[in-house]
Ligand binder design. Structure first.
Ligand SMILES: [Zn+2]
Length: 257
């Protein structure tokens, strides 16, 4: 069972999502034994054994996590993924190796709860491949260096458990936010360097369950933020990793990872 923390500045803000909770920073969870074994990424031999030891821990029921860091995930490792459907709940790819043409390997892991794809140029087609996979348990999608637009985001509606979304890039525009606002289960959103206008905040104000919104590198007007807070007085907002003054929860600034 994956135990996650709610997006928020303090653990006191956490609330249950089914039997689990979701993290503000999706790296907040303590590393699994498998992840610890993968802590020396600079040596290719160590990287290989780290993969094998993590897979062994998954198969033994000692871990629910596979973390690939320091090198891109390889083609052979990708093909091994679908055999890990069941034990594998958290797939954390830190240094690339997945593109649209190989996303089907990930879509085959029906047990996924948390997917992080750093340094992966996933476009709408790749996201559509993922969401066609009937991933009923997938709660967290984090693709910070993707190429995803409104069209791909619309396909996220096929993920009934999605509560946390993190995307980046200038191709994330107002129409993308409009599509995000229609994701009925979404509670936490982090956008990095999108190209938004004030209208995006108006779109977001209708998101039915959104409780946390982090925005980096995208200046918007005070009046647009005021209108959003008027519509969603309890919304937890960080702008450029700083806690917004209007957010009632006082704490030390902390950004999501
Ligand atoms: Zn905060």
């Amino acid at each position: 069972m994956v135990v996650l923390l709610l997006p928020g500045c303090t653990k006191q803000t956490a609330s249950p999502v089914g039997s689990t909770r979701v993290a503000a920073s999706d790296s907040a969870k303590a590393p699994s034994p498998g992840a610890i074994n993968n802590a020396s990424p600079n040596n290719a031999t160590v990287g290989k054994s780290a993969w094998q030891s993590q897979v062994a821990a998954l198969r033994d029921g000692q871990s629910d996590t596979l973390r690939v860091e320091g090198h891109p995930i390889s083609a052979s490792e990708l093909t091994e993924l679908e055999q890990l459907d069941g034990p594998l709940e958290q797939l954390l790819i830190e240094a690339g190796g997945v593109d649209d043409s190989t996303m089907h390997h990930i879509a085959a892991v029906k047990s996924l709860v948390h997917l992080r794809l750093r340094e992966c140029p996933i476009s709408d087609a790749g996201l559509e491949t993922l969401t066609a996979g009937d991933l009923l348990q997938l709660q967290i999608v984090n693709i910070p260096q993707g190429l995803i637009t409104a069209r791909g985001i619309e396909s996220l509606a096929q993920l009934p458990s999605l509560v946390q979304l993190r995307l980046g890039g200038r191709q994330v525009d107002d129409s993308a936010v409009s599509a995000i606002a229609r994701l009925s289960s979404l509670r936490s959103l982090h956008l990095i360097g999108p190209a938004l206008t004030d209208n995006a905040l108006a779109e977001l104000s209708v998101s039915p369950r959104l409780s946390s919104f982090y925005l980096d590198d995208c200046p918007l007007s005070d009046s647009a933020w005021e209108a959003l807070f008027a519509a969603k007085p309890k919304l937890h907002v960080h702008i450029d990793q700083q806690h917004h003054d209007r957010d009632p929860q006082s704490h030390e600034p902390r950004g999501a990872q």
